[in-house]
Ligand binder design. Structure first.
Ligand code: SAM
Length: 276
């Protein structure tokens, strides 16, 4: 996979030299290039921002350096298109006004050949850059969550890590990707390691039993309980056909039932359906 990041703070992205993503780059699994937006300015102050039309606080990133930088990333100057035949690169524009980045988004983007990340600063990038980019890229304005950061770099670090670890070969044991939070719409179960007794706190006995079926059931129950307690929005999105009798019993204890083909809060006029 090829990844390009454009930023006025290229050094911010140096964390991508470390750990599994750094190793994946060394191994050639990820071809990641960070480009300094200021290289595409034409004035002696290397200006990338200007005052907003219509007034208001803050500064807005100018369109020209962005068009030049993105054109260079595409490999043919500002007016160039995707170049090589085939799928268009995806341009991810971090923004608190974008669609929320989720594990499903990460899975989707991990299948793409070329991702380009445009790190905004100040009040963001002139909107015409986003419009113009649609001629050359599949554009995805993307939010890390409902809060405001100073710039896109932190969001890009998070997104590249979440996407990169799904690229085959980046994480040594692919099984660890299957069992973790959000892989199946649920949060992960709690995990423990040695010693079996720590500060008067024993590891749950079932985990020492060696009984794979009981361990799997215990973990599934904890997933359902934890998700119901911490992320009820995820419970409401569960597919009831994937819930067995034991799952439904755990959810019922947490105040959820299957009704009308959906998982809903008990008491919202919902009558629980018998398990098929
Ligand atoms: N004025 C913008 C607004 O209210 O939507 C916020 C600009 S913010 C101070 C500067 C940059 O930080 C944004 O252009 C974006 O690149 C990045 N950013 C801030 N919050 C973000 C979030 N939640 N997710 C992704 N990127 C974010």
């Amino acid at each position: 996979m090829r990844i390009d990041v454009v930023s006025i703070f290229p050094e911010y992205l140096s964390a991508l030299d470390l750990s599994l993503i750094g190793k994946a780059r060394q191994q050639g699994l990820l071809e990641l290039t960070v480009t300094d937006l200021r290289e595409f300015t034409t004035d002696r102050h290397r200006t990338v921002d200007d005052t907003p039309y219509g007034g208001g606080a803050g500064m807005v990133m100018k369109p020209e350096p962005w068009a030049a930088a993105l054109g260079a990333v595409l490999g043919g100057g500002p007016a160039a298109g995707p170049g090589a035949a085939g799928e268009r690169p995806v341009l991810v524009v971090p923004s608190p006004a974008g669609e929320v980045f989720t594990q499903a988004t990460a899975r989707d983007l991990a299948l793409r050949k070329h991702l380009v990340f445009a790190c905004g600063r100040y009040e963001g990038i002139d909107e015409r850059v986003v419009d113009w980019s649609r001629e050359h890229f599949e554009v995805r304005p993307m939010s890390l969550g409902d809060y405001v950061l100073n710039g896109g770099e932190v969001a890009v670090l998070a997104m590249v890590e979440a996407i990169g670890r799904l690229v085959p070969g980046v994480v040594g044991n692919p099984d660890s990707l299957v069992e973790e939070s959000h892989a199946d719409g649920l949060l992960e179960y709690p995990v423990y390691t040695k010693p079996a007794l720590w500060r008067d706190r024993p590891v749950p006995e079932v985990l020492l039993s060696g009984h794979h079926g009981r361990i799997a059931r215990w973990r599934r129950d904890r997933q359902l309980q934890r998700t119901a307690a911490r992320r009820p929005d995820l419970v409401g999105s569960l597919d009831p056909t994937g819930l067995d009798r034991a799952d439904r019993a755990v959810l019922a204890e947490a105040g959820w039932v299957v009704s009308g083909g959906r998982v809903v809060r008990a008491g919202d006029g919902a009558a629980g359906e018998p398990v098929a």
